[in-house]
Design a binder for this molecule. Structure first.
Ligand code: NAD
Ligand code: GLY
Length: 360
C-alpha cells in the first residue's frame, strides 16, 4: 500500500493507494475513531458492483452501514439529490460522529462530500474514488459541491475528507472511455509541475492504457503527491492552487456550450489543455517542441486535441468563459506553460489572441 499525506494541520489526512483496499476499509475506519453509524453514498453503476461487499464487511466489523444509491451521471450533482441524501441520512439516524463514505467517481465524491459538509453542520467523510479521474484529482483537496442551472460547481464547500482510499482494482471495471478521460488529468500534472513525470507518462502510455497495475499504482500516487503538495500550500485557492486549472478555462466552456454530455470532462480539458499550450507559445514563448510533445501525448492516449468551433459557437464560448468561477473583474485569466513542468497562473490574455487561435 502506498500512502500519500495531505498536510493541512488539524485537517491533514492520508491517501491510501493499492489493489484490493476496499475489503480493508473497516480496519482503516477503526483507526479514525468514528461513530458506528455510516451511510455509503454511491451511484447506480458502482453500487451494484461494490456496495454490498463493503456494507457487509463494515457490518462484520461492528458498524451500522446503510447504502444510499443515486442515479449515475452528472445530473445527480444537484440540489434535489442533496435533499434525497439528507432524508436518507436522517432516516438512518446519523449523528455528529457518524460518517459518510463516498463510493464512486467524481460525481458521487463531490455530492457526498457536500452532503457531509452540511448535514448537522458537518460530519466526517471518507472518499473511496472508483474512477481514474477521481483517484488522481477530485477525491483529494476538499472541493465539494453541486451544479446549478447557471453553471457547474457553483454551490459548494471546501471540506476535507478524513481519509481517501484508492483501490486500483476498482479501475478494472471502468468503461474505457471514462478511463481514458482520466488520463487527461494525469498528463496535466506533468505539464504543470513535473517534467520527469511528463516523460514517464509519455514513455509508458501503452502500459497506462493497458491498466498495468504497477504502473497505475505509481501514476496515481505521483498525481496525488503533486495535488497534495499544491493543496498543502493553498487549500482554498487564493493563489497557487489555480495551476490545477490548466486547460480548464476553455475546457469548462467547451463542456458548457456543448450542453454537458457531448464531451466527458477529461475530453473537454484535453482540448482545453492543447489550446492553452498553443496560447502559451503565443503569450509565453513556449517552445514549439514542447507544444508538439504535449499535443502528441494527448493524442497517444486517444483523447481529442481539437474541436471545430464555428463563429456563433465562439461567441457562446467567450460568454461561458466570462461566467467561469476563475474570472475576476470580468477578465478571463489563464494558466499558461513556460515549459513542460512549469506554469504561471492569472495570465490575462486578450480576447483577439484567443479568437485568432480558434480560427487558425
Ligand atoms: P463520474 O463520477 O460520473 O463517473 C463516470 C462514470 O463511471 C459513471 O457512469 C459512473 O457510474 C461510472 N463508474 C465509476 N466508477 C466505476 C467503476 N469502478 N466501474 C464501472 N463504472 C464506474 O465521473 P468522474 O469523471 O469520476 O467525475 C467527474 C466529476 O468530478 C464532475 O462532476 C467534475 O466536476 C468533478 N470533479 C471534481 C473535482 C474536485 O476537485 N472536486 C476535480 C475534477 C472533477
Ligand atoms: N480540480 C482542481 C482543484 O482541485 O483545485
Amino acid at each position: 500500500v502506498r500512502t500519500v499525506k495531505v498536510p493541512l494541520a488539524e485537517r491533514s489526512y492520508d491517501i491510501l493507494i493499492g489493489p484490493q483496499l476496499l475489503k480493508d476499509l473497516p480496519k482503516y475506519c477503526q483507526s479514525l475513531q468514528l461513530g458506528t453509524r455510516c451511510s455509503i453514498i454511491t451511484d447506480s453503476h458502482v453500487g451494484p458492483r461494490y456496495a454490498d461487499d463493503l456494507k457487509s464487511s463494515l457490518h462484520q466489523a461492528g458498524y451500522k452501514p446503510d447504502v444510499v444509491t443515486v442515479r449515475a451521471g452528472e445530473k445527480s450533482k444537484g440540489i434535489r439529490t442533496v435533499d434525497y441524501c439528507y432524508d436518507a441520512l436522517s432516516l438512518h439516524h446519523l449523528e455528529r460522529r457518524s460518517f459518510v463514505i463516498a463510493l464512486g467517481g467524481g460525481v458521487v465524491g463531490d455530492l457526498a462530500g457536500f452532503v457531509a459538509a452540511t448535514y448537522l453542520r458537518g460530519i466526517p467523510f471518507i472518499q473511496v474514488p472508483t474512477t481514474l479521474l477521481s483517484q488522481v484529482d477530485s477525491s483529494v483537496g476538499g472541493k465539494t459541491g453541486i451544479n446549478l442551472r447557471a453553471g457547474k460547481n457553483l454551490v459548494g464547500a471546501f471540506y476535507q475528507p478524513r481519509l481517501v482510499v484508492c483501490d486500483s482494482g476498482t479501475l478494472r471495471t471502468l468503461p474505457r472511455r471514462e478511463y481514458v478521460a482520466g488520463i487527461a488529468e494525469v498528463i496535466k500534472y506533468g505539464i504543470i509541475y513535473d517534467a520527469s513525470f511528463f516523460n514517464y507518462v509519455e514513455k509508458n502510455m501503452p502500459k497506462i492504457l493497458k491498466r498495468d497495475p504497477k504502473i497505475l499504482a505509481f501514476v496515481v500516487a505521483r498525481c496525488c503527491e503533486i495535488k497534495s503538495e499544491v493543496v498543502g500550500q493553498d487549500e482554498t485557492e487564493s493563489g497557487t492552487r489555480a495551476i490545477l486549472n490548466f486547460g480548464h478555462t476553455i475546457g469548462h466552456a467547451i463542456e458548457a456550450i456543448s450542453g454537458y454530455g457531448r464531451y466527458l470532462h477529461g475530453e473537454a480539458i484535453s482540448i482545453g489543455q492543447v489550446l492553452a499550450t498553443r496560447l502559451s507559445k503565443e503569450v509565453k514563448g513556449l517552445a514549439e517542441s514542447d507544444v508538439s510533445r504535449i499535443t502528441k501525448v494527448f493524442a497517444a492516449a486517444g483523447l481529442p486535441t481539437k474541436a471545430h468551433i464555428s463563429a456563433p459557437m465562439q461567441k457562446r464560448l467567450f460568454d461561458a468563459m466570462r461566467h467561469d468561477k476563475k474570472v475576476s473583474d470580468g477578465e478571463i485569466k489563464f494558466v499558461l506553460a513556460k515549459k513542460i513542468g512549469a506554469v504561471e497562473y492569472g495570465v490575462k490574455v486578450p480576447e483577439e489572441t484567443i479568437s485568432q487561435l480558434l480560427n487558425s
